[in-house]
Design a protein around this ligand. Structure first.
Ligand code: F3S
Length: 391
């Protein structure tokens, strides 16, 4: 790979050990994927933040990088293993909390903005159309590529950190026009409404199209919340890191060779497959992290009611602060529901604590089953809140 003079100096160790290690990671990646050069990134989002997933080896790596590493571009974090302020009330083990705090401290020493969220675009990490970025979290990567028209591969935690400390990423994959073209057209013949429907669409498209970039047609309107749900679901069930949606997403999509359909029957089947026979003892909203619009709606639905099931809302801390100022938090907490900011039900250590999860997120169904062995129910937001409050 061709390096500039500055990049070569970084690799030679003239900018410190963390930068040298970062350049070793990035050039190795570039060589594997046939990149010809490194390019500058406008922002970074780092996954691999939960101590639950990192463990001691991951923490050692971060501590080593934090000795002399400092970010060169705006960098935020993916959800951690717990709410960083309210972990006691959410029943997190103090020893786990101590280790999770060490992880966040290491990132802070590197000047990473320690807002832990999978919706960085709601909290100021918002790239422009065409920006090259290095993001990690699969739903955020899909949102950045598809909805914003920024360009990122799905980075691992170490390669994203390496980009943060150098401001570079290897130019391959979705950074290149040629790899961003639709491979399959998907004609949607179904009415869709709400995050659960768009999650079911992601499930159906993912199962039929796999990791091929789809050009989705026939969806006339989609809100930001519906799109973030689709991004999470399509990346989870199909593995694609971007899609085009005619009339909705900004990238120019060339026609694809192959065409398939997603019918109302496919959406109904997806929902059937994402609804187990189970009682519910846990309601979780905010996968990906809830927007202010969703939180406002939850507050409306809960005002004057009482939850009878453990009910958690996951969101980014700065979004929650706005909800605090608007009185939404009070309405939600007065009803007995809890905010679990900075974290989510997939990365928090929840296995064994609950059995039946109700959620409006198809992705949460996947991780609820896989990571936590829950039985799951995918329902519209209003139905989730009804379940949360039923006697
Ligand atoms: Fe975000 Fe966790 Fe869902 S990282 S996309 S809330 S599984």
């Amino acid at each position: 790979m061709k390096l500039t003079k500055e990049e070569q100096e970084m690799l030679d160790g003239k900018h410190g050990r963390a930068v040298k290690k970062s350049m070793e990671i990035l050039t190795a990646l570039g060589d594997i994927f046939g990149a010809e050069r490194l390019i500058s990134v406008a922002s970074v989002q780092i996954a691999g933040v939960s101590y639950h997933n990192l463990g001691e080896a991951g923490l050692d790596f971060l501590a080593e990088m934090a000795k002399d590493g400092k970010t060169r571009v705006l960098t935020t974090l993916n959800p951690a293993g717990m709410d960083m302020e309210n972990w006691r009330a959410l029943g997190i083990d103090p020893e786990f909390a101590r280790q999770q705090e060490r992880v966040i401290e290491a990132f802070k020493r590197m000047d990473v903005i320690t807002t832990c969220t999978c919706t960085p675009y709601f909290v100021g990490n918002l790239p422009r159309f065409g920006d090259h970025i290095a993001w990690s979290e699969s739903s955020a990567v899909c949102f950045a590529n598809s909805v914003l028209g920024a360009r990122t591969n799905r980075e691992g935690g170490p390669s994203a950190l390496a980009s943060a400390l150098t401001g570079r990423t290897p130019e391959y994959g979705l950074h290149l026009d040629a790899n961003r073209q639709a491979k399959i057209a998907v004609d949607v013949k179904a009415e869709l409404n709400g995050a659960d429907d768009f999650g079911a669409l992601g499930y159906a498209v993912g199962k039929k199209a796999g990791s091929k970039i789809p050009l989705i047609r026939g969806v006339n309107a989609a809100s930001v919340d519906e799109l973030k749900s689709l991004c999470a679901s399509i990346a989870t069930y199909g593995g694609t890191a971007m899609f085009h949606m005619e009339g909705v997403t900004p990238d120019k999509a060339t026609p694809a060779d192959e065409t398939i359909e997603v019918t109302a029957e496919d959406i109904a089947n997806a929902k059937r497959e994402l609804n187990d026979e189970t009682d519910i003892d846990f309601v979780s909203i905010g996968c990906p992290h809830a927007s202010l619009t969703e939180i406002r709606r939850i507050a409306e639905l809960l005002r004057g009611k009482r939850v009878t099931k453990e009910t958690w809302i996951h969101t980014a801390r700065p979004v929650k602060r706005t909800a605090d100022a608007m009185g939404y938090t009070k309405a939600i907490e007065d009803a007995g529901a809890k905010f679990a900011c900075d974290t989510c039900m997939a990365v928090a250590p929840l296995k064994g604590r609950f059995h039946g999860l109700a959620t409006n997120s198809a992705k949460a169904c996947y991780y609820g089953r896989g990571s936590n062995s829950f039985k799951v129910k995918l329902k519209p937001l209003e139905e989730c809140i009804r379940i949360a409050t039923e006697e």
